[in-house]
Design a protein around this ligand. Structure first.
Ligand code: ATP
Length: 339
């Protein structure tokens, strides 16, 4: 019998509708090849929705995300804070997983990078607790034992499947209380995962090492804001934002989205790279594999197809290619079907 998954699809703003449409072409190919059936539930959110209805994240969209098996999301523009940050908190999507992997023939700094940033997704300065104080302004940095422990567990479990190591990234020499707590908890959790080697690094040293020897990293465990910054850097190391996928994972729900934003400078031109969104969909299949083993094969087939297409030079302009968003999406879909 054909397995049916419901996917809440958030097209988003700017290049969002273009890259998610290309991802749907790939989803059709997966459906055909692996006899998986998908129900796509439209889940509009973002600037366009705000303009039309006065709210960036309508109730119906929240319900669609709640009811669906998984959510695939395009980037949102100015209202991102009211959409993705809210969804992360609403559904307690505490683990932001951002892989940076070198794919062949890409203008990456090195060909042998394969790392994953595991970023705490619910607190830190991104809680948004700020206040004006006359001529100054303040922000509150929240780091809790509970959130630090569950993200550290996630990182060590991931490292166990990858067989390498975890580096906890912080700045505990300056932020002794907040980073200090995070580092202490990471050390405690490391004691429960003795097969995984563990080291620590200050965030500034990590930013430098990511350029100098990115191949030495496996799993980087860090807090919300450091993870946000380091993951853009890591994306550039392996070829740019157009190739960088991500997952927001909680105990019950998960949402998958490209790392990049709405990129208004290239929106509507049909030249945005859909690979980041298509690789985010690959991560969605890895997550769904717990429910249906075929999804694991689907994930692998998406990655193989992406590699094959890039090797053939079928690329969007920011990677030096001449192909459109749609052409790259169709080429990946065809590669899935022929293999
Ligand atoms: P945000 O703050 O929401 O992350 P941003 O404006 O800082 O957004 P992005 O929208 O992610 O940054 O894009 C930065 C630049 O990277 C864009 O101007 C665009 O040229 C390029 N870019 C981002 N995503 C893509 C993509 N999928 N394909 C091609 N170029 C992209």
């Amino acid at each position: 019998m054909m397995r049916r998954f419901s996917i809440a699809l958030m097209g988003g703003d700017g290049i969002g509708p273009e890259v998610t449409e290309a991802a749907l072409t790939v989803l059709d190919a997966i459906s055909e090849k692996f006899s998986l059936n998908f129900e796509i539930i439209d889940a509009p959110a973002g600037d366009a929705r705000l303009k039309k209805t006065g709210t960036a994240l309508p109730k119906d969209t929240v319900n669609a995300v709640r009811d669906a098996d998984a959510c695939l999301k395009g980037p949102v523009g100015e209202s991102a804070m009211d959409v993705i940050v809210k969804l992360r908190q609403m559904f307690d999507l505490y683990a932001n997983i951002r892989p940076a992997k070198s794919y062949p023939t890409i203008n990456a700094l090195r060909p042998d990078v394969d790392l994953v940033i595991v970023r705490e997704n619910t607190e830190d300065l991104y809680k948004g607790i700020e206040a004006d104080m006359g001529d100054s302004a303040i922000a509150v940095r929240v780091i809790s034992r509970k959130a630090s422990e569950r993200i550290a567990e996630h990182a060590f479990k991931l490292a166990e499947t990858r067989g390498r190591d975890v580096v906890a990234v912080h700045k505990a020499n300056v932020m002794k209380k907040t980073c200090g707590l995070f580092a202490n908890v990471a050390r405690e959790v490391s004691q429960r995962h003795m097969k995984v080697s563990f080291r620590e690094m200050y965030v500034d040293a990590c930013a430098m090492s990511l350029i100098r020897n990115p191949q030495d990293f496996d799993v980087i465990l860090t807090m919300n804001m450091f993870g946000d910054i380091l993951s853009d850097e890591a994306a550039q190391v392996v070829g740019g934002l157009g190739l960088a996928p991500s997952a927001n994972i909680g105990d019950k729900k998960a949402l998958f989205e490209p790392v990049h934003g709405a990129a208004p400078d290239i929106a509507g031109k049909g030249i945005a790279n859909p690979v980041a969104t298509i690789l985010s969909m690959k991560m969605m299949f890895e997550w769904l594999a717990e429910r249906d083993a075929k999804c694991s094969k689907a994930a692998q087939s998406i990655e193989n197809a992406v590699v094959g297409v890039l090797e053939k030079g079928i690329k969007t302009p920011e990677l030096g290619g001449k192909k459109s968003t749609k052409e790259v999406g169709r080429a990946i879909a065809s590669a899935i079907l022929v293999k």
